[in-house]
Design a protein around this ligand. Structure first.
Ligand SMILES: Nc1ncnc2c1ncn2[C@@H]1O[C@H](COP(=O)(O)OP(=O)(O)OP(=O)(O)O)[C@@H](O)[C@H]1O
Length: 280
């Protein structure tokens, strides 16, 4: 079976970006003379689950930071629903790998802070009530009154997801959120995230960074593959598996293996190209 691998798309013309997230011909460098991202273009329709896949150092987190508005591109344009991204905004919530919960607040109060951001007029009791609803969604009702240090890593990440959901942002940006978890908890949280995302209408747009091909394919509608040489978009792969996805069946299927192989080959070819460039 062949994979629908599209080359990096042509950049959108400034001012005509379609609905959703538009990344048009974006380049970025942390320091003069370096290139971290080179002319990356991606169109991500609203409600899409996009996974950003690539080896260490390929610029995945950097691209996410640009979408979050935490860095500005040196060239090109990023836009959400046609509006240029020029800084952080309430339309984009970020979940990092290290949870970033406030240690001096209980779990429910951590989430209630996010509710307060989304609903500044809400009273304290209402904020907490809404926070409890988000905690229920991620299976953390019993831990509402605990402090972050009293939770396992998986529970802290659930709380971080609840907090991000409570911001009610249409775009959820997730930087290797399950990277520090053991495989069992990782699988559980992947399924939890898919459940929450699929049960929300309209669906949020998610950009999810991972270096795990299986995770990228299991979660994503599309996989943007970044190469290490450096920060170049190798392909935007459409993932054809219907939802809801059945983990065990999908992972055992020939189609899943075929796609995993195709992506691995893309990444290998990029590494080989880099090596031959160095040898030259
Ligand atoms: N704050 C920074 N200042 C300078 N260089 C940076 C900074 N953050 C990242 N870099 C460099 O930019 C490149 C891309 O890093 P980035 O973290 O975006 O890659 P990544 O694909 O997310 O990697 P990983 O999977 O290891 O997290 C790397 O060479 C990294 O060393």
């Amino acid at each position: 079976m062949s994979v629908s691998v599209a080359p990096a798309r042509a950049p959108a013309v400034a001012g005509t970006a379609p609905a959703g997230l538009s990344i048009a011909d974006v380049s970025f460098a942390y320091a003069a003379g370096e290139t971290t991202l080179r002319r990356v273009s991606l169109e991500v329709p609203e409600g899409t689950f996009l996974t950003l896949l690539g080896p260490s150092g390929s610029g995945k987190s950097t691209l996410l930071r640009l979408i979050a508005g935490l860095e500005a591109p040196s060239d090109g344009r990023l836009a959400w629903n046609g509006v240029t991204i020029d800084g952080p905004g309430i339309d984009r919530a970020v979940v990092f790998q290290n949870y970033a919960l406030f240690p001096w607040y209980t779990v429910v109060d951590n989430v209630a802070l996010a509710v307060a951001k989304a609903h500044p007029q809400a009273r304290r009791a209402e904020r907490r009530e809404r926070a409890r609803e988000y905690l229920a969604k991620v299976g953390l009702s019993d831990a509402a009154g605990k402090y972050p240090f009293q939770l396992s890593g998986g529970m802290q990440q659930r709380a971080a997801i609840a907090r991000a959901l409570a911001l009610e942002a249409p775009v959820l940006l997730m930087d290797e959120p399950f990277g520090a978890l053991d495989p069992i908890n990782r699988g559980k949280l992947q399924d939890l995230l898919l459940d929450v995302w699929q049960s929300t209408s309209p669906r949020r747009t998610i950009v999810f960074v991972t270096h795990d091909v299986d995770e990228a394919l299991y979660l994503g509608d599309q996989v943007a593959v970044l190469g290490a040489s450096p920060g170049r978009l190798l392909a935007q792969v459409a993932v054809p598996f219907p939802r809801p996805r059945q983990r065990a069946q999908l992972f055992a299927s020939a189609e899943f293996h075929a796609r995993r192989e195709e992506i691995a080959e893309l990444l290998d070819a990029d590494v080989l190209q880099g090596l031959s460039g160095q040898a030259a």
